[in-house]
Each structure stands twice: as C-alpha cells, then as structure tokens.
Write a protein that binds this ligand. Sequence first.
Ligand code: SF4
Ligand code: SF4
Length: 305
Amino acid sequence: MIALGDPAATRGLVYDIDTFAIHDGPGTRMAVYLKGCPLSCAWCHSPESQRHAQELVLFRDRCTLCGACVTVCPQGVHTVTADAHTLDRERCILCGACVEHCPQGALAIKGYWTTAADIITQAVRLKPFLVNARGGITLSGGEPTLQPAFTATVLAGCREQGIHTAVETTAFCQWPVLKSVIDQADLVLMDIKLIDDAAHQRWTGVSNRQILQNAARLAGRNVQVRVPLIPAITDTVENIRGICRFMNDVGLKRIALLPYNPSAGAKYEWLDRPYRVEGESQSPAYLQELRDLAQRAGVEAVIVT
Ligand code: SF4
Ligand code: SF4
C-alpha cells in the first residue's frame, strides 16, 4: 500500500498539463499528464510520455537548419548539414542551452518535476471553472501508477477541496499500488487494448494478465473501460467482442471506443523513433457497428470523438 505524502514534498515528473481537456473524463477538465509508462504501445499518441525521464525533442517542421544549436551545445549533440539535422541523444546532458538559443523554437525539453501541492493549487484556482463545466481533474499519462504517491496525493488533495477526481490507467501494476491510487478517484478510466495475450505482448510489449486480473477487482467501482481503436490491431470485431465478454464475466458495465487518429505518428519524428502503425480513422458506419456489437453484448458503449 502506498501512503499519501506531504503534498509540498511529494514530487512527480509531468510532461504536460491541459486546463481545457475534453477527452479525459466528464465535462471540461484539468488533465495532468505524467511521464513514464511500463507499456510501449506501437500506436502511443504521446511517445514523449513513455520514458520516465526528461528528454530533448526536435520539432523538425520548425527547424531551418541554421546551426545555432551546434554552436552552443557543450556536448556535440547536434550535427546540422545543408539538408539534415541529426542528434546524438546519448550525449545530451539536458543543459537547455540549445533550447534557449534556437531562434525557431524548434527544440524543447519534455518533462519537468513538480510537487503535488503545486498541482493541487492550480486545480483549486481553476475550481470555479471546472465545477461550472461539470468537470474536474484527471491524472493521466504515461502511467500514473508509476508515480503512485504523487498521483494519490494529488487526487486526495483535490478531492478534499471538492474537485471531481479521475485517473486514467493501464492498470499494469501490483494491485495494492493500483488500489492506493483508485481509492482517491471518483472515476477510473482503464484501458483494455487487446484481449488476446499474445497480441497484447506483441503490440504493447507486456502481457495483459495482470491488467485483466486488476480489472476483475474493479467491479462495483465507477469504471469506464477504454479501447483505443487501432486499425486491424484493436478495432476488430473479434477483439471488441472478446473485451465485452470479459467485462460481462467480471461485472464491468461501461466501455468507451476511441477512434484512431492518424496524426499521432507525427510526434515520433520529434524523438527520431519509428512509427509502426498504418491506416485511417474508422468510418462512422464501422464505429456504429462496433458500438452496436458492444451494446448487444450487454455493455453500455460510447464513441469518444
Ligand atoms: S537552432 Fe533551431 S532552427 Fe537552428 S538548426 Fe538548431 S534546431 Fe534547427
Ligand atoms: S540540452 Fe544541452 S547538452 Fe542537450 S543538446 Fe541541448 S545544448 Fe546540448
């Protein structure tokens, strides 16, 4: 069991905060995105969230190959030629000099350390707006259970202030850790991506066994299962049917289907990582078919667009 920490002393590594999030739970929310994830989903729409460490990103569409970063970098990370900019990322010590000197704003360091108290203060400041928008705060990722003391302390502090709390999780962690976090959440948004374990391992890098075991313990809580619909990987009739069957078996009632967004691949360029997914967004007719299938299986289904 993870104990709640002193908010002022409990630190977390965050890579973004959205104060107007509309896809991370009900209403308009303050979404806090934590850095680090134990899964490595091929389609992850936030590849900059995956490593539990700060890292340098290059927005290639902004780079004019001026070479200013080459001049200021003490580590020789950047090589700029007439038609290319390459980075030796292993050498980077995250000093920030190139970020500061780039005239195009083409460089950034993703990830910063903050405290639970700071996040709670920001949420309290937004409270009138969040309450009016029937929203709240959502801790997302990356994976919030990788930083359980920070996550639980933020959620508990916000709840104490009368702010609706939600956590978005892969549930890939030990049950006591997950419980410590979700005990502070009014709503749990939990991903089940693939019901077939071999496919889950292939596309996310880990087995789904622990995830499903944890899911089976969530009946009776306010849970929405979320399925990112990835063309020909997770969006098959077989997969959705299998997930719904599992949900019925363990008493989970609600599913959200998240249509594929092909623009996700663009961020992989920032980090010089390959993007392995191909395909287009599902058609409205196919989304409807999947939703109907889930409804027929006895699960309350929504499409989150
Ligand atoms: S300073 Fe900025 S614009 Fe110039 S080469 Fe470096 S990243 Fe590109
Ligand atoms: S952050 Fe510092 S070490 Fe890293 S690439 Fe930029 S200037 Fe070089």
